[in-house]
Design a protein around this ligand. Structure first.
Ligand SMILES: [Ca+2]
Ligand SMILES: [Ca+2]
Ligand SMILES: [Ca+2]
Ligand SMILES: [Ca+2]
Ligand SMILES: [Zn+2]
Length: 353
């Protein structure tokens, strides 16, 4: 889902990072300043439409990144085209990808001159944040925001990521859920790339998150993702079944398991944080749920995503045959002021044997 006015080349990044940057003649490509304004087609993103609001929301989600870079957005553009001096976003088809970014640049100065983004209007995109309709949760639609954030990531200067869980990999399953809502986000890897290009934000932009998704491998330039898992202390993966489009793990009362989540630092600074584990009777995790364990002093730099299996014991007094949700909360003690707190809680479904 990536274009370019020139063939892509890939920079070798530091050992701790996975992002790749768009390069030309050995220069990283970025905007000369710390902002760029995108112009949305009035046809595809008309006033009052869910597409306009979802695009605006995607811009805002990218702008939560901890670098100095921010997008502006202008609506109502009535004339769009390539290499016309305007950065534009519109719907089209026949370009062989669900969405594509094309860019023009000065290879000698390492600066973008224009970025255009197109979405394929034959793809079953949705602007909904309801898990039930989204591909990653068994639904029939591709989340518009994850793809928009991926393409906007190209417009920041990022190429594809294959080596860690990233929206610059396979975007539609780089997503955060708690309860019935799933939210797209820029994420740790893309944030690291943005800071490498533009430096840190003059403000104090901090954000921790925890996700029920992880990297599984790579397909070409793209990291592939799947849900996080549960295994026994002995190392074997616990059996699961798919319920309402999500995995549900079969666990024994009173037994210790290793529960996997992806812990993310999407902010400017290294953080040491507290993490709590909970049992919930629904898929919405909150501090009101039953706490069954925790970890103090988890250190999280902003580099690659930390997918980690923590020991947790299933309480002996849970009801056999019942479904519960094993929850996790990062920054459990709320010591960190963050640009968003909605990504601090997520879950894995379990059924007690
Ligand atoms: Ca225009
Ligand atoms: Ca244009
Ligand atoms: Ca917080
Ligand atoms: Ca957060
Ligand atoms: Zn792409």
């Amino acid at each position: 889902m990536c274009g370019g006015a020139a063939a892509l080349a890939f920079a070798v990044s530091g050992a701790a990072e996975a992002y790749t940057l768009i390069t030309c003649n050995g220069n990283n490509i970025r905007w000369s300043g710390t902002s760029a304004t995108m112009r949305a087609s009035d046809i595809g993103f008309p006033s009052g439409s869910s597409w306009r609001s979802a695009l605006g929301n995607s811009i805002s989600l990218v702008n939560q990144n901890p670098s100095a870079f921010d997008y502006g957005i202008v609506y109502g553009d009535t004339s769009v085209g390539f290499n016309n001096g305007q950065n534009e976003i519109w719907w089209s088809n026949g370009f062989g990808a669900p969405a594509i970014a094309n860019w023009w640049m000065n290879c000698n100065t390492g600066r973008f001159t224009e970025v255009d983004i197109r979405f394929d209007n034959t793809v079953a995109y949705t602007t909904s944040n309801s898990k039930s309709v989204l591909w990653p949760y068994g639904g029939g639609s591709r989340p518009f925001r994850t793809t928009a954030i991926h393409e906007l990531g190209h417009g920041v200067g990022l190429s594809h990521t294959a080596n860690t869980y990233s929206v610059m990999g396979q975007d539609w399953d780089h997503i955060h859920a708690n309860g019935s809502t799933a939210r797209a986000y820029f994420g740790e890897d893309a944030s690291s790339g943005a800071v490498a290009l533009y430096g840190g934000n003059p403000g104090n932009v901090q954000d921790l998150g925890v996700s029920q998704w992880r990297r599984t491998g790579a397909s070409g330039e793209y990291s592939t993702h799947d849900r996080t898992r549960i295994r026994t202390s002995g190392g074997g993966w616990v059996s699961s079944s798919t319920v309402n489009g999500e995995p549900r793990y079969n666990v024994n009362k009173g037994q210790q398991y290793l529960v996997e989540f992806s812990y993310e630092n999407n902010g400017e600074s290294y953080q040491t944080t507290e993490v709590g584990y909970f049992i919930s009777t629904n898929d919405y995790i909150s501090t009101g749920d039953r706490r069954i364990g925790g970890r103090n002093g988890m250190g999280l730099g902003r580099n690659t995503v930390f997918t980690f299996q923590a020991p947790v014991t299933i309480p002996a007094d849970l009801v056999s045959g019942q479904t519960y949700w094993l929850g996790v909360i990062i920054d459990e003690d709320s010591t960190l002021s963050e640009v968003t707190e909605t990504n601090n809680r997520t879950y894995i479904s379990i059924r007690v044997n």
